[in-house]
Design a protein around this ligand. Structure first.
Ligand code: PMP
Length: 459
């Protein structure tokens, strides 16, 4: 056990970094945690404390850490072509090979891919494409985007607006008004008395239709959703939900953007979360697992139909006036190609399905009848544990007590990195897809011990 996780490192930290999603005061009080090394499914901090990386970096280190063949691929790519831009029709072998691989595995109907650097920019790109597509179809007023409360779509100005977590809005005067949020589809916390999953979905879908009617379908460009909501709680859709969303969107000429930044590339035991739920997206955002977190890279996909309209538009507009210095980066593409090769060779999507099924079964077993665990959510190798004040009477915890963060700290001390999801008083697990059954047993054991220790202390 490890008791000096943060304090001893405070001395070495120079406090010159503005950390993402971090309270400056809490950082000053607790000190940072410096991660010094990562190998396989483990990370080691600057104090030499080793822990299972139960969140795969930040839902992304899908092939595990420290792969020499990926480092070699980066080196080879950098020596051959370290960088050149892809504006104005420039290309390189690496991005071309990657585009071929990605389109071959993408959900049916997606035919073209745009490369960027982050999940946020992938979603930004797709919003702009939705706007351009509608303008070019003679429907320039069709611009609003419907998102969900508790969604996470990024932190740029537009994607923080799409994000449905109020903490990402309040200090910045967001969301921008082109975004309309609809209900959070979490059955366990949001269903009304006596409602089953199908009835819950039907209620939410009818409220969505009402929103579309109030706003006017001719003002709405797109619906954006994560197949499984990640940072907002690892929330799986209730029965009939996605089918209903698709029916409503098709009827109202509203494009569907699947945000697969967490779900994509095997996390759910399918290539994409869309495959798990029968979603046929018009556009799809991916990042994270694309390069297993090793290079900042995103891939935003569009359908043939959208591409056709953009193609026609380019005769009038000239270029597609959008792009990033690092779009189609040859070194990033080389990393992604190597990651995809490893995923295939080691059958990691299949492993996410089979070891994932064992993972969920073990979690459910370990917490069956637990006084402080209300629900285990997720699919494949992504899960959340819902902490409760009292599971029997379904009494939720007050999120301001920050018990999920305390449990997460306790798990870390016991050798497991988890991610607290504070608004939900939940603990997220999203380990590398290389996980073995024995690792599952370790993760479940530590998680249970961590939860029991914090809840027994009544803190
Ligand atoms: N979409 C989803 C579903 C995400 O989980 C994230 C990041 N956690 C993003 C978008 C944004 O990605 P990035 O941090 O790379 O901008």
């Amino acid at each position: 056990m490890h008791d000096i996780a943060r304090q001893s490192q405070q001395k070495i930290h120079k406090q010159k970094i503005l950390h993402p999603a971090t309270s400056i005061c809490a950082l000053e009080a607790d000190g940072p945690r410096k991660i010094a090394d990562a190998q396989g499914i483990h990370v080691t901090d600057a104090d030499g404390h080793k822990a299972i990386d139960g969140i795969a970096g930040l839902w992304c280190a899908n092939v595990g850490h420290g792969r020499a063949e990926i480092a070699d691929a980066m080196r080879d790519a950098a020596l051959k072509l370290d960088y050149f831009h892809t504006f104005g029709g420039h290309t390189n072998d690496m991005q071309e090979a990657l585009a071929d691989e990605l389109i071959a595995m993408a959900p049916e109907g997606l035919s073209h891919v745009f490369f960027g650097c982050s999940g946020s920019d992938a979603n930004d790109t797709l919003v702009k494409i939705a706007w351009q597509y509608n303008a070019m179809r003679g429907k320039p007023e069709k611009r609003k985007i419907i998102s969900r409360w508790q969604a996470y779509h990024g932190t740029s100005i537009s994607t923080a607006s799409l994000t449905g977590l109020k903490s990402f809005h309040k200090a910045f005067g967001l969301p921008l008004d082109f975004v309309k949020h609809t209900d959070f589809p979490h059955f366990y916390s949001q269903a009304e008395d006596g409602e089953d999953e199908t009835a819950f979905s039907a209620r939410l879908l009818s409220r969505l239709e009402q929103l579309i009617e109030e706003e006017g379908a001719d003002t709405i460009a797109s619906f954006i959703g994560e197949p499984i909501m990640g940072a907002g709680g690892v929330v799986t859709p209730p029965e009939g939900y996605w089918q209903g969303i698709q029916d409503i969107c098709r009827r109202n000429d509203i494009l569907i953007i699947a945000d697969e930044v967490v779900c994509g590339y095997g996390r759910t035991g399918h290539n994409f979360g869309s495959g798990l739920y029968g979603i046929k997206p018009d556009m799809m955002a991916t990042a994270k697992g694309l390069t297993a977190g090793i290079f900042p890279m995103s891939a935003a996909f569009i359908s043939h139909e959208i591409h056709d309209v953009m193609r026609t538009a380019s005769r009038k507009l000239g270029g597609f006036s959008h792009g990033y210095t690092y779009s189609g980066h040859p070194v990033g593409a080389a990393v992604a190609l190597k990651v995809l090769e490893i995923m295939k060779r080691e059958q990691l999507v299949e492993n996410a399905a089979t070891t994932g099924a064992y993972f969920h079964q073990q979690l459910r077993e370990a917490f069956k009848g637990h006084a402080h665990v209300g629900e285990i959510r997720g699919a494949g190798l992504v899960a959340a544990i819902q902490l409760m004040a009292d599971a029997d009477s379904k009494t939720f915890l007050d999120p301001t007590r920050k018990l999920a963060a305390k449990v997460s700290e306790e798990c870390y001390r016991r050798g497991l990195v988890t991610r607290p999801l504070p608004t939900m008083s939940s603990l997220a697990l999203s380990p590398p897809l290389t996980l073995a059954r024995g690792d599952v047993d370790d993760i479940v054991e530590i998680t249970k011990a961590g939860i029991d220790a914090v809840m027994a202390a009544g803190s």
